[in-house]
Design a protein around this ligand. Structure first.
Ligand SMILES: Cc1cc2nc3c(=O)[nH]c(=O)nc-3n(C[C@H](O)[C@H](O)[C@H](O)COP(=O)(O)OP(=O)(O)OC[C@H]3O[C@@H](n4cnc5c(N)ncnc54)[C@H](O)[C@@H]3O)c2cc1C
Length: 247
């Protein structure tokens, strides 16, 4: 599927968490994509000398479904996320799509481990809800999802109701004592797994911050996982020189 330009009419904008919103829209003609792909959205006049900018967003909704949904973190002073957040139902924006190769690649006899931080969970929602994935399930699907606190959890019900996904949300800094799920980061989860974990029988898909992805890759490679079993979609690079981040 070659990328094409679409005119996208906003259907709704709603907050999924205090800082992440869902943008739902309809395209001016049929829009085909594979779960895990992204759209490149035109941010008008936000670049140098009033030129347009582009920002990439993973498609969070099911291929073939309507409306199309994105889940977007509001970044302070971020031209892309602020432009999209300010849109109103009925307004139209431009997008080029689909792009990307961060799609599920079935390999027989393999397990899958999806690992996300924050809005990095978006492509996994699309993949796991797609017919392509559901028609050729891996032996097992583990989905590790890390955020800082309770209010940042996304799509909990959507994943919890998929019987073929072992959904493991985890909080690094819970605000309350009511959380009875896992604590820590996705990297802690992996470090805690011993020899019984099927390290070498699994294909890994990593999405979110570059710092998380770098750290997870080091852990996996330390277990002997080879590069051809690791797929990644980096949303942004670490903000700090030492690679640390808050999640
Ligand atoms: C292939 C791809 C898919 C992406 N999909 C998504 C998506 O589904 N949802 C989404 O929110 N973003 C996604 N991003 C990030 C997105 O493209 C923008 O970078 C982001 O919206 C910030 O753009 P901005 O213009 O608002 O701010 P900018 O001024 O361009 O960014 C400022 C800073 O915000 C931080 N940042 C960027 N994205 C995030 C994020 N998601 N969470 C926390 N901090 C962030 C980074 O430190 C960045 O340097 C994706 C990026 C890529 C490359």
């Amino acid at each position: 599927m070659a990328a094409q330009e679409f005119q996208c009419e906003v259907k709704s904008i709603r907050m999924l968490t205090p800082t992440v919103f869902e943008l739902a829209f309809q395209t001016n003609r049929p829009f085909e994509f594979i779960g895990g792909q992204f759209a490149s959205i035109v941010i008008p006049g936000a670049g140098p000398k009033g030129r347009d900018l582009r920002r990439a967003y993973s498609i969070a909704s099911t291929p073939g479904g309507s409306p199309v949904e994105l889940c977007i973190k509001r970044v302070e002073s971020g031209p892309g996320s602020q432009y999209l957040y300010a849109l109103k139902p009925g307004q139209v924006f431009r997008a080029f799509a689909p792009y990307g190769d961060f799609i599920y690649k079935k390999r027989s006899g393999r397990r899958v481990c999806f690992i996300a931080t924050g809005t990095g969970v978006a492509p996994f929602r699309s993949i796991t809800q797609s017919k392509d994935f559901q028609a050729s399930l891996p032996i097992s699907t583990l989905c590790l999802f890390g955020v800082r606190e309770e209010s940042e959890l996304l799509y909990m019900d959507d994943f919890a109701k998929l019987p073929f996904v072992t959904w493991v949300p985890m909080l690094s800094q819970p605000r309350t004592e009511n959380w009875n799920g896992r604590l820590g980061r996705v990297t802690n989860y992996l470090r805690e797994q011993g020899a019984k974990f099927p390290w070498l029988e699994t294909d890994y898909y990593l999405c979110g911050s570059g710092a998380m992805i770098d750290e997870v890759k080091l852990i996996l490679m330390g277990k002997g996982v080879t590069k051809d079993s690791i797929h990644q979609e980096i949303y942004y690079k670490p903000a700090k020189a030492d690679g640390s981040e808050k999640v």
